[in-house]
Design a binder for this molecule. Structure first.
Ligand code: GLN
Length: 314
């Protein structure tokens, strides 16, 4: 049974790989541009925590904006929803992930949601620790707990972090704007330091799929049954992933795939099953670095669409 599914998954990857030719690897962070553009891999974490996979799953890549969903989990667990949502909203923007437009239109300049850069930067500014190194350690520690590995195994790619740190004027602009309006406090360069390292953490499709499985299981470790994220936090994060996780393609993703998902400019997609679907209890981890014009993995989106179409009752 399992082998049949894995074979079908391999066929799906073959079918979707040509779509990579229609996309483009992100190069606005110079260090991201070096990756081969026809890669495509998928891992699915099953209810019992085991995996099936196909394609280029053994590549490591940086987590980029998928970290936004996890940082949101972390601050909700640490500070509670009232505080977090006093600093960042929960409404989709319909704008590009790095847009500044709504910040100026919204009073009091509160970023509309935590899945766009402005909101994610506000979330990152909340992470506890006296120094940038301690803050990023906290976040790595949280990720290590989710992945069930020692914190030393959760590393960021120094080159990618530095490459973004040196070029990310737009994110600095968002932070200066929000600091002026009292939405964030602290040193802008320090927040950028933590954020760029958070985005540069290296993971693979299996890691993403496991996290997706934790979210589909209401926060429980699929192997031990331990509660890793409280149920209420999972509900909030999945809701926000559904409405905002693919930026200004969130509506399209909802129509085509219909699962809570979160993408990153490295080509990563985290997606998680939900109850009304046949694939209710699984997690998906996808890597396909060729992106569409909105910054989402072009072949990864297609793969998820076909998976849902063919293997669920949706
Ligand atoms: N680090 C990236 C940035 O801020 C993350 C963006 C993304 O993955 N969409 O530009």
């Amino acid at each position: 049974m399992m082998n049949v599914l894995e074979q079908q998954l391999a066929h799906l990857v073959d079918e979707c790989r040509p779509y990579t030719a229609q996309g483009k690897v992100a190069d606005y962070i110079p260090e991201l541009a070096h990756v081969k553009d026809d890669l495509l891999g998928v891992a699915i974490c099953l209810p019992d925590g085991s995996y099936i996979h196909a394609g280029d799953v053994h590549h490591k890549f940086t987590i980029q904006s998928v970290s936004k969903a996890l940082a949101l989990c972390y601050v909700l667990m640490e500070f509670g929803e009232d505080y977090v949502f006093s600093k960042v909203g929960m409404e989709p923007t319909g704008d590009a992930f790095n847009s500044i437009a709504k910040l100026e239109e919204t009073v009091p300049s509160k970023p509309l949601n935590p899945m766009i850069n402005a909101g994610a930067l506000a979330v990152t500014s909340m992470i506890l620790g006296d120094t940038a190194e301690l803050k990023i350690y906290q976040f790595r520690q949280f990720l290590a707990t989710l992945l069930g590995v020692p914190v030393e195994e959760v590393r960021y790619n120094e080159k990618v972090a530095r490459s973004e740190y040196e070029t990310t004027d737009l994110n600095r602009a968002l932070l200066y704007f929000m600091r002026h309006h009292g939405i964030v406090e602290g040193d802008v360069d320090e927040i950028i330091d933590v954020y760029t390292k958070q985005c540069a953490i290296e993971i693979d499709c299996f890691d993403l799929a496991r996290i997706g499985r934790i979210l589909s299981g209401n926060g429980e470790d699929p192997v031990t049954g331990d509660e890793l994220i409280p149920r209420r936090v999972v509900r909030i994060v999945k809701a926000i992933m559904t409405t905002c996780g693919m930026y200004d393609a969130s509506g399209e993703f909802a129509v085509r795939v219909g699962l809570p998902g979160k993408s990153g400019v490295s080509g990563a997609i985290l997606a998680t099953g939900k109850h009304e679907l046949g694939l209710s209890d699984v997690g998906f981890g996808i890597f396909g670095p060729a992106l569409d014009s909105k910054g989402n993995s072009i072949a990864g989106m297609k793969l998820l669409e076909l998976l849902v179409e063919r293997y669920t009752s949706r």
